[in-house]
Write a protein that binds this ligand. Structure first.
Ligand SMILES: O=C(O)c1ccccc1N[C@@H]1O[C@H](COP(=O)(O)O)[C@@H](O)[C@H]1O
Length: 219
């Protein structure tokens, strides 16, 4: 099984090109004012236009209102909406119905009970994205470079995505322990918050491609 890769927080044409050259499947465009990766809809539209037909784009949103969703869906035209806030299953379903887009729902994880709680999004979200729970009072709900115990995902319903503190040195182990079919990285391919590094992006994609979940490996 090939594990898909998402490079999140792409802000420049050079970073977009680096992700495509490395063979990423998705790039994430972040719409969250407090993030060092935040984009205006106009800048995101330019990047999404450059990406079209080369790599899938994911709009990363945190509790978006309908006006922002309309702007993103009409102007940016991403392939996927990633809901990274406290959106309820009902809200996620309404956003999916309104836009007709694929929806990834991020679920914050600190312990096994958080993984079970993701079941309420089954049949609504196209993919659950398990991300490390941000510390209380953190500015960002994601993109903090924090990880959690990947082994607690062993019983999660597949297919799911994994993020939180991944980098080229640990992504193969994360895939092996969790069984994730998509891995998502932001801080782990940066030299400073919001500054993507082409070499780190290439190393990350290569490391993820070489990995296979434990239970999928040939004996
Ligand atoms: O990256 C951000 O700035 C961000 C802001 C708001 C919501 C989500 C965000 N990113 C998501 O966080 C994880 C990756 O984080 P990291 O690799 O630990 O830095 C991933 O799901 C991003 O899509």
């Amino acid at each position: 099984m090939t594990v898909e890769v998402k490079i999140c927080g792409v802000r420049t044409p050079a970073s977009l090109d680096a992700a495509i050259a490395a063979g990423a499947d998705f790039v994430g465009l972040v719409f969250f004012a407090k993030s060092p990766r935040n984009l205006s809809p106009a800048d995101a539209e330019r990047l999404a236009t450059a990406a079209r037909g080369r790599v899938k784009t994911v709009a990363v949103l945190v509790d978006p209102d309908d006006a922002l969703i309309d702007t993103i869906a009409v102007d940016v035209r991403p392939d996927v909406l990633q809901l990274h806030g406290s959106e309820t299953p009902e809200r996620a379903a309404a956003i999916k119905a309104k836009t007709g887009l694929t929806v990834f729902k991020a679920v914050p994880v600190a312990e096994a009970a958080d993984v079970s709680a993701a079941a309420r999004y089954e049949g609504i979200a196209d993919r659950i994205l398990f991300d490390a729970k941000a510390p209380a009072g953190a500015d960002l709900p994601g993109g903090n470079g924090l990880r959690f115990d990947w082994a607690i995902l062993e019983g999660a319903s597949a297919p799911f995505a994994l993020s939180g503190g991944l980098d080229a040195s640990n992504v193969a182990e994360a895939i092996r322990l969790s069984g994730a079919s998509l891995v998502d990285v932001s801080s782990g391919v940066e030299t400073a918050p919001g500054e993507k590094d082409p070499g780190l992006i290439a190393q990350f994609v290569q490391a993820a491609r070489g990995a296979a979940p434990e239970h999928k490996k040939a004996s």
